[in-house]
Design a protein around this ligand. Structure first.
Ligand code: PGA
Length: 258
């Protein structure tokens, strides 16, 4: 399956001028890179501006959040249709920073995943434990998060979905998960998806890794012999165009060597 690399810009860069420059550099840098999907999740306000004239783009656009209603008295929120109008195709849902700073709950995440699917947006569902209790063990909370987020979703509906395993202790800390554990997490998550949505969907979805990914460690997450991580969600390192492009190239190369 084609690997996917998603830049999560979070609340960066501080000006649109810088965002435009970063986006254009990434676009240019990946023009000739084949067999990979590249997505940039930018702050809401830049999305319409980045999308202008970018129909032929190799770089897809993602939002960092979505609201579950289509319109109405929901101050500050953004609907799926509003995003789609500006060419957004993917949406990050349930990032741990939204849980931490905005109190986002499993129920809200579940509603958001359903909304994205209903409107044809590809959800990038984030799951991951806050702390690693036992070395090498994927904590049970990851299973609870996956089950809660997928509750009530029809079997085939999530087949294009993406789940990002992001252990919170690895986000922005420079301490990435080990490739072995990431692979373990991927197998673990796929097993849970299988038990909730069946094996066909579990086979189709992509599971990616996020947490201190950089150009030095990215390729180590691409497992050679078993189905491991199928992409990355990159925060800090995605704000440096050269570094982000290098991550993409390293993943493509690791994938090619297979
Ligand atoms: P990081 O962030 O790459 O800076 O660790 C990843 C994320 O939060 O998605």
């Amino acid at each position: 399956m084609k690997k996917i690399i998603i830049a999560n810009w979070k609340m960066n860069p501080p000006t649109f001028k810088e965002a435009r420059r970063l986006f254009d550099k990434v676009r240019k840098g990946v023009r000739k890179v084949k067999n990979v999907e590249v997505v940039v999740a930018s702050p809401f306000v830049y999305l319409p501006l980045l999308g202008v004239g970018s129909r032929k783009l190799k770089v897809a656009l993602a939002a960092q959040d979505i609201f579950w209603q289509s319109n109405g008295p929901f101050t500050g929120e953004i609907s799926a249709d509003m995003l789609k109008e500006f060419g957004v195709t993917h949406v990050i849902i349930g990032h741990s920073e939204r849980k931490k700073w905005l109190g986002e709950t499993d129920e809200m995440i579940n509603k958001k995943v359903k909304t994205a699917l209903k409107h044809g947006l590809i959800p990038v569902l984030c799951v991951g434990e806050w702390e690693r209790e036992v070395a090498g063990e994927i904590p049970h909370i990851v299973e609870e998060q996956v089950r809660a987020a997928l509750k009530g979703i029809k079997k085939g509906d999530f087949k294009n979905g993406i789940i990002a395993y992001e252990p919170v202790w690895a986000i922005g800390t420079g301490k990435a998960e080990t490739p072995d554990n990431a692979t373990k997490a991927s197998l673990y998550i796929r097993r849970i998806v299988k038990s909730v949505l069946g094996s066909r969907t579990a086979e189709k979805i992509r599971i990616i890794y996020g947490g201190s990914v950089n150009s030095q460690n990215a390729e180590s997450f691409i497992a050679k012999d078993i189905r491991g991580m199928e992409g990355m969600l990159v925060g800090g390192a995605s704000l440096n165009a050269a570094e982000f492009i290098q991550i993409i190239k390293n993943v493509v190369e690791a994938d090619r060597r297979g």
